[in-house]
Design a protein around this ligand. Structure first.
Ligand SMILES: *Cc1c(COP(=O)(O)O)cnc(C)c1O
Length: 432
């Protein structure tokens, strides 16, 4: 495969855009080489400007559960766009999408739309702080909740330590209110509660973590988390920006019996358009402006074209319960294929699947938290990623990302991908 045009395009982009990209992971930093510049998508396929074709397992980092150019979503977008792109005034489309979400999630009485997952989480945090009158929040190392200040605190020294900012430009005064716990480790959360002086407003968690690779939370851990939050009067926030409509129709909440106080949504909810949402119990949501004192707003929030795309996606997802069964079967088959391909070359590989989400780590130890995930061999991942790309398989370009199956990816394409994985694992073994 040639990448000449992409290489030129990347050089040109570099002159005008920091790093040549509008979101850092797109630059292929952790796997090296040039990212293919995309010309168009079609069903399961991505086509780059050099004319290469890939089976797309990234799907714009999650949103495109029906693959590219789904006819119903496209029709909804076109039809709505012809009536005007934005009004900054209420439309019934917002109510229609809100109703669908409230009917689906028993933890959500009311929901508000924003433009991204980052914004959804940022707003949910402010609401949790406003509602409880407390400043501290607890997050887990390895969980990603967008790039807002309070949440851009990652790893560091593990459980129950006050976080150091992981980006310059984030004031320490702010991150001192962010306490870090270890995923799937309830003792570390209890330690955060003990350390907090002013009290914990909320614990925020990806109930199925997708941003340290795929690492599901254990059921008894989530139950203990719920109990601990109740005991301390803290809110529990499920960040389902990725897992919502992905792990199941109801996200993680279709898998666990634990219910959060607030939920954040994004990605699939916009069908490929920029949409985020946060919702929860009515008494908490009533605190939001204009009903309550907690301020939150957005010029383009609830944009009609974005709402139409989201509505078309959700209605399509709701119309056929077999969608998630098929997606999960294909994800499992793909990961079993990767495991067999790795075994054939005596390479260590741990895989995990939740619904249409899949993850794999080049390690032989179970992966339950960020430290485990970091034990995955990045060199092996890097070689595997390149070898797959060269065989027309587009996987996320970092081992700390999750892969996604779309309904457009057929059983035959899964088989084709597994065949490529055998070749790629052999190439990886040779590189050792
Ligand atoms: C992607 C993601 C976000 C951020 O969403 P953006 O739309 O990129 O701002 C927040 N939380 C989780 C769990 C995510 O996966």
């Amino acid at each position: 495969m040639g990448y000449e045009k992409s290489i030129k395009a990347f050089e040109e982009a570099y002159r005008y855009i920091p790093g040549g990209v509008d979101s850092p992971v797109r630059a292929f930093g952790s796997v090296g080489g040039t990212p293919p510049f995309i010309e168009r998508g079609e069903g399961p396929w991505l086509f780059d400007i050099d004319g290469n074709r890939y089976i797309d397992y990234v799907q714009s980092w999650g949103p495109l559960i029906f693959g590219h150019c789904d006819p119903q979503i496209e029709a909804a977008v076109m039809e709505t766009a012809q009536k005007g792109l934005s009004f900054g005034a209420p439309t019934t489309l917002e109510t229609d999408l809100a109703r669908e979400i409230v009917e689906l999630f028993d933890s959500i009485d009311k929901v508000r739309f924003v433009n991204s997952g980052t914004e959804a989480v940022m707003s949910a945090l402010r609401l949790a702080r406003g509602y409880t009158g407390r400043d501290d929040i607890v997050k887990f190392t390895g969980c990603y909740h967008g790039h807002s200040d309070s949440l851009l605190v990652q790893a560091g020294s593990g459980a129950a330590t006050f976080g150091a900012p992981s980006s310059p430009g984030v004031p320490a005064d702010l991150t001192k209110h962010t306490l870090l716990a270890t995923y799937n480790d309830i003792e570390s959360v209890a330690a955060c509660f003990e350390q907090s002086e002013g009290g914990v407003a909320c614990v925020i968690i990806e109930p199925i973590a997708g941003n340290m690779g795929l690492v599901p939370a254990e059921e008894k851990f989530l139950q203990a988390l719920r109990a601990l939050c109740d005991e301390h009067g803290a809110l529990l926030i499920f960040d389902e920006v990725m897992s919502g409509f992905r792990a199941s129709l109801k996200g993680a909440q279709g898998i666990t019996n634990v219910r959060p106080d607030l939920v954040t949504l994004g990605k699939v909810i916009g069908g490929g358009m920029p949409v985020g949402a946060f919702g929860g119990r009515a008494e908490i949501m009533h605190q939001l402006s204009p009903e309550g004192p907690v301020y939150q707003a957005g010029t383009l929030s609830g944009n009609p074209v974005a709402m139409a795309a989201g509505l078309a996606s959700l209605r399509k997802l709701k119309s056929d319960p077999s969608i998630y069964v098929t997606l999960a079967e294909r994800a499992r088959k793909l990961m079993e294929g990767f495991e067999a391909a790795a075994r054939a070359e005596e390479l260590p590989l741990v895989t995990q699947v939740r619904g249409s989400m899949f993850g794999f780590f080049f390690t032989d130890k179970p992966v339950r938290n960020f430290d485990d995930a970091k034990r995955g061999d990045n060199e092996l991942f890097k070689h595997f990623h390149r070898a797959m790309l060269d065989r027309g398989i587009y996987l996320a370009c970092s081992s700390y990302e999750t892969g996604f199956i779309s309904t457009a990816i057929s059983d035959e394409l899964i088989d084709e991908t597994i065949r490529a994985a055998y070749e790629a694992m052999a190439a990886v073994a040779d590189s050792r």
